[in-house]
Design a protein around this ligand. Structure first.
Ligand code: 5GP
Length: 252
């Protein structure tokens, strides 16, 4: 049998050619990297959890009218997605100071921001994904001013949705990163949420205890990453079939 064609391999995912034109299969690996791949590990089960969690968030976004690349989950590690042209930006939304913002400005982690803050990094591993102002984005043609306005409103809608969903299960959405893709339909271009939304790309803290339930557990050696992601999945009622639970919360 012919091997399917690999289109791209990143740090945490692989993209394969999809079954129909304009589709791709997104495979979630167990690999974890941090600090621009200076720290690496393979964490058993992470890919399965992120596949499920990203499905859960993308399906929810599609249902409230925020377009995403997601079509359907195929199996434990793979989902069918629409092929998009990725805009080379990391779109970061922050509700509380943490991570690079806290470091850059000398703020205490966890300080609530007066309003959600959106920032952009230029996706370039060799440069370490530098923070860039909107003027750079327009000047270098990565996105137009109109695209940027649309990206900001998409990012704020994603923020409202994710914050609400997480708050409902006792988790604070501190910040997150999304990527945006372009889909061409005839003469029209649409911007959609692409890549993944998972604890790899969000900061998630337990509302009561402040316990970290995201990739900072790996970045900062705070414990078992799979346990943290499983807890997020359990609270959301999104459990992979091979993880036992006392509650009947399986979603196929
Ligand atoms: P920070 O800039 O504080 O390091 O990250 C802000 C948010 O964006 C965090 O939720 C972090 O997980 C996410 N983020 C930033 N850069 C990346 C990246 O290259 N990959 C992933 N998966 N998430 C990122």
């Amino acid at each position: 049998m012919a091997r399917r064609k690999k289109i791209y391999e990143g740090k945490a995912k692989i993209l394969y050619e999809g079954p129909q034109p304009g589709t791709l299969v997104q495979y979630f690996k167990d690999d974890a990297t941090a600090f621009n791949a200076e720290k690496k590990a393979t964490i058993e089960g992470k890919g399965v959890l992120n596949n499920r969690l990203s499905e859960f968030f993308m399906v929810g976004l599609n249902q409230i009218g925020v377009p995403t690349h997601f079509i359907e989950r195929l199996n434990m590690r793979e989902q069918l997605i629409r092929a998009v042209e990725i805009i080379p930006l990391e779109v970061i939304v922050r509700n509380y100071a943490a991570g690079s913002m806290a470091k850059r400005l000398g703020l205490e982690e966890g300080q609530q921001l007066p309003r959600p803050v959106i920032e952009f990094s230029y996706k370039d591993d060799a440069l370490g994904d530098p923070l860039v102002p909107e003027e750079y984005i327009v000047t270098f043609g990565w996105a137009s001013q109109q695209d940027l306005d649309d990206i900001v409103s998409l990012a704020l809608r994603v923020n409202d949705f994710l914050s609400g969903v997480m708050y409902g299960v006792g988790i604070k959405l501190v910040d997150f990163k999304i990527e945006i893709g372009r889909i061409y339909e005839g003469d029209y271009m649409r911007l959609v949420v692409a890549d993944e939304i998972s604890p790899d790309s969000c900061r998630l803290w337990d509302v009561k205890t402040g316990q970290k339930l995201d990739k900072d557990v790996f970045r900062r050696d705070l414990g078992n990453l799979t346990d943290a992601y499983t807890e997020v999945a359990r609270r959301l009622g999104v459990m992979p079939a091979n993880v036992t639970s006392t509650k009947p919360t399986l979603i196929n």
